[in-house]
Write a protein that binds this ligand. Structure first.
Ligand code: NAP
Length: 270
């Protein structure tokens, strides 16, 4: 039996990077419906159209709908749920993944960068979690699995991430509190904390060879996440595996947990 048989999965930020990898993995593991959200300029609309064609061509059981919109706006989350329910009548899994990390020095950081990072990462995760949880609470059978993509940055600091790390700690906290608030509705909520995964989000940062080599060296497994060294249009499946696990009934007694997926980066002190 496929791990995600008969499940409808909603993924935010699914056009590229980790979200795209999760979409492919969920389809491969039997999901019947995918609600793929993304920001939506011309280039990423083409990417998500290509992803839909790829998934529906390769996995006969899976149908895909996609919904663009700025996740920092509450209306986007309401639209994502509306479109998902219109297409599939329910949502079983949410992967709240959309996020940005505009690296910036702290002392000179304009307030707009802080506000935008918080708006997309933390407000966006709050809005989509609340919107999908309301759907999971009222559907029959009731319940579902919510997965917040946090970060190793929820646990450690970064010189150029002073605005980003608090949003990721906030997502971890949001998953813990929603686990408590939603358990009575058979809704689980867990956080995944990726380490360094080579995607567009850190492409410029990792272009610094010394920094990249330093990050690789810090991992116990001796590599970054994803299909390194390709730095664009990756399908990073290092995070997708744990996402499928938390989405599936294999993890049915897990809620409020945090899963660090970092190749052994965090524990490597010396
Ligand atoms: P990515 O390749 O840059 O992809 C980001 C995705 O988020 C895209 O689908 C993008 O849509 C979407 N997005 C960005 N801003 C949005 C907005 N305002 N509204 C709606 N969608 C928006 O990044 P990634 O590395 O896959 O990151 C995915 C998540 O993993 C993020 O939450 C990130 O913080 C987290 N994470 C990543 C790493 C890492 O090393 N890569 C480590 C820890 C945590 P468009 O394509 O339409 O722009």
């Amino acid at each position: 039996m496929a791990l995600l048989a008969d499940k409808v999965v909603c993924i935010t930020g699914a056009s590229r990077g980790i979200g795209r990898g999760c979409a492919l993995a969920c389809a491969k593991h039997g999901a019947t419906g995918l609600v793929l959200h993304y920001f939506g300029d011309d280039a990423t609309t083409r990417e998500v159209e290509g992803l839909k064609a790829e998934i529906e061509g390769a996995f006969a059981q899976c149908r895909v709908v996609y919904v663009p919109g700025d996740i920092a706006m509450r209306e986007t989350s309401l639209k994502v749920v509306e479109e998902g329910v219109k297409a599939f009548s329910r949502i079983d899994v949410l992967v709240s993944n959309a996020g940005i990390c505009p690296f910036h020095e702290f002392l000179t950081m304009p307030p707009e960068i802080w506000e935008r990072t918080r708006g997309v990462n933390l407000d966006g995760t709050f809005f989509i979690t609340q919107a999908v949880a309301n759907q999971m609470q009222k559907q029959i059978p009731q319940g579902g699995s919510i997965i917040g993509i946090s970060s190793i940055s929820a646990l450690v600091g970064g010189e150029y991430q002073v605005h980003y790390t608090p949003t990721k700690a906030g997502i971890l906290s949001l998953m813990q509190s929603t686990a408590v608030a939603l358990g009575k509705y058979n809704i689980r909520a867990n956080a995944i904390l990726p380490g360094t995964i080579a995607t567009d989000i850190n492409k410029e940062d990792l272009a610094d060879i010394a920094k990249r080599e330093g990050m690789i060296k810090r991992t116990a497994l001796g590599r970054l996440g994803g299909n390194f060294p390709l730095l664009t249009h990756l399908q990073p499946d290092d995070i997708a595996g744990p996402v499928v696990f938390l989405a599936s009934d294999l993890s049915k007694y897990m809620t409020g947990s945090q899963v660090l997926v970092d190749g052994g980066l965090f524990v490597n002190l010396q």
